[in-house]
Ligand binder design. Structure first.
Ligand code: TRP
Length: 372
């Protein structure tokens, strides 16, 4: 089975565009692939926030991922900081990537330019090394990413190749793949721009936790156009087409078929709003249940972290890698994970699977504020 890793930063609320465009495919994809889903809280530390902001956002995102249907028994859903090997391997990665390579990362150049007058952390600069650790730690085959992340997958491959060359065949080379996309949901007030959490007006953005009346209102006020024909045409009728696409994503019909059933904008807006309310109702109910039951949520995440660790500890091995592991194991007893083998290969004392299993994810986490 192909091992696929997707990661998401706990920054800001999840909105309808995230759900219909991506998260829904994560849910169906968990049955097709060996799916790993990481909430990358350490990456979010590159933006400084007040105390507990990140911890709360991490728990909220976790609750949302389970609420939309990621099944902890099927997929591996974990918080990055709960699996401490991410940071350990990140250091190895930092020592395997050059200053020059990191300096050429477009995302770093853009973000640091934008924050010119602010604090630019070294973490923002070494961010791709941590991302490489996320990916290589699990022998990931495929990483579904948008265009903006392709360069980070390329540098991950470069790091893996260099590491394998220096220390022996250790890491699987991951491939960037284009994520299966669901609906393209645009801003309700500016239907030529994608719905985004940084949207200017809250009115164009439907959050997953918006109440039914609020959702209905946002759809009622959605921007359409001055003629009154209901037709699916993104170029000339972006607002109407956006409503049709959202309604189609909720009902399973095609936008074209739906267009033929409407002659006026009013009923289309009303029905789309209602369909979204109906789609979100069970997700919201499950979310509220989980967020009110910290113990349960933490237990699910502990399961995820444990699974992530175990999956990492039993890598699929090519003959070359087996030989390599055997050499390292001969040097240092104890069953070693790929990350541990890497650590051993690079020099420092290795860790064993028992020391790893003894670590309690919640106790060590920066983002699980209360243990129940
Ligand atoms: N950098 C990614 C983003 O901003 C998030 C991320 C962190 C990631 N680690 C990853 C994505 C590993 C894919 C694989 O979207």
């Amino acid at each position: 089975m192909t091992r696929v890793l997707s990661c998401i930063q706990p920054t800001g609320e999840v909105h309808l565009g995230n759900y219909l465009g991506a998260l829904r495919n994560w849910v169906s994809g968990q049955h097709e692939n060996d799916a790993f889903h990481g909430i990358v809280d350490l990456h979010a530390l590159t933006i400084t926030e007040g105390p507990d902001t990140l911890g709360t956002a991490t728990m909220e995102l976790a609750a949302m991922l389970f609420a939309v249907g990621l099944d902890p028994d099927v997929a591996t859903v974990f918080v990055q900081s709960h699996v401490t090997e991410h940071s350990q391997l990140a250091w190895m990665m930092e020592c395997t990537v050059s200053f020059g390579e990191l300096s050429r990362m477009t995302q770093f150049k853009d973000k640091s330019a934008k924050r010119e007058a602010e604090f630019i952390s070294a973490g923002l600069f070494t961010y791709p090394a941590l991302q490489a650790a996320d990916i290589l730690l699990y022998d990931t085959d495929e990483v579904p990413v948008g265009e903006d992340q392709r360069q980070h997958i390329e540098i991950t491959r470069d790091i893996a190749i260099r590491f394998n060359h220096r220390f022996g065949d250790t890491f699987v080379l991951p491939k960037a793949v284009t994520p299966k996309t669901g609906a393209r949901v645009m801003d309700l007030q500016d239907p030529t721009s994608k719905m985004s959490k940084s949207s200017e007006s809250g009115a164009g953005l439907v959050n997953m936790l918006d109440d039914p009346a609020g959702i209905a209102r946002k759809f009622k006020r959605a921007v359409t156009d001055s003629d009154s024909e209901v037709r699916f045409d993104r170029e000339t009728k972006p607002g109407v087409s956006n409503l049709l696409e959202i309604l189609a994503a909720c009902t399973g019909d095609t936008p074209e078929a739906l267009a033929s059933r409407y002659t006026q904008y009013g009923p289309l807006k009303r029905d789309t709003g209602e369909a979204v309310v109906e789609l979100l109702a069970p997700i919201q109910a499950r979310y509220h249940e989980l967020i009110a039951d910290r113990g349960e949520l933490q237990a699910l995440l502990r399961t995820g972290a444990g699974k992530a660790r175990r999956r990492r500890c039993h890598p699929r091995q090519s003959p070359g890698r087996r030989r390599h592991a055997a050499r390292l194991t001969a040097r240092s007893p104890g069953q070693m994970s790929s990350a541990c083998r890497s650590a051993a290969a690079a020099g420092p004392a290795p860790c064993t699977s028992s020391s790893v299993a003894a670590a309690d994810p919640a106790a060590r986490s920066i983002s699980a504020p209360n243990r129940s």
